[in-house]
Design a binder for this molecule. Structure first.
Ligand code: GLN
Length: 203
């Protein structure tokens, strides 16, 4: 049952692992707590937003096709808490190392990091690693890396919450959280909880 006072969490639903993020949020906040964000008006109904993994070039194109780029940027600049994973993190990044011979997304340029796409190998080289994360109790997080971007640099104002393989894999800049891995695939909701709790959306 949904109650009017309960926070509603948006999941950018253009492409990628949308159902997995929605399921993780529903396991934490209950059924009816998720709003699929497909149009600008949806952004006004949510208290937080998840930007899922997928394919960042496709996501970037769809943001433009759906007229979502400017309203999304405005909401995020206005302080909407956002948890961006993998391709979502790429979309938020301020700087992208150009892919060799590849087409790259146009990023929103809000999170002060530099990233390189597909730096942890191909799809078949996906792996899970135990990552210690600041603020997360209960032991290391089982982090799934799938054609993940590497964070090459973080600029002042960006807090690093965890490392793997010598690079930051979880960062936070105020309302913007970026993960290079996929917490929604782990059936471990501690990161979703930490994010929601940090922004007062979960007791
Ligand atoms: N490699 C993808 C990209 O660059 C991201 C992969 C993912 O989100 N799992 O967009």
């Amino acid at each position: 049952m949904s109650s009017p006072s309960r926070p509603r969490v948006g999941v950018l639903a253009l492409q990628g692992d949308v159902p997995e993020h929605a399921a993780a949020v529903e396991r934490v906040l209950g059924e009816g707590s998720v709003v699929p964000v497909l149009a600008p008006a949806d952004l006004l109904r949510v208290s937080a937003l998840l930007l899922p993994g997928g394919e960042s070039t496709t996501l970037s194109r769809l943001l433009d096709e759906e007229g979502l780029r400017a309203p999304l940027k405005e909401r995020l600049e206005g302080g909407l808490p956002a948890l961006a994973t993998c391709a979502g993190l790429i979309l938020l990044a301020r700087e992208l190392e150009p892919s060799p011979g590849g087409r790259d997304p146009v990023t929103l340029g809000l999170l002060s990091v530099k990233v390189r796409r597909n730096d942890y190998g191909r799809q078949v080289e996906s792996f899970e690693a135990p990552v210690d994360l600041q603020g997360l109790s209960g032991g290391p997080f089982p982090a799934a890396f799938i054609r993940a971007p590497r964070i090459l640099r973080v600029d002042p104002g960006v807090e690093v919450l965890g490392h793997w393989d010598g690079s930051p894999v979880a960062v936070r800049q105020g309302n913007l959280w970026g993960l290079t891995f996929h917490p929604e695939l782990s059936s471990d909701e501690r990161l979703h909880r930490l994010f929601l709790r940090s922004h007062g959306l979960l007791p």
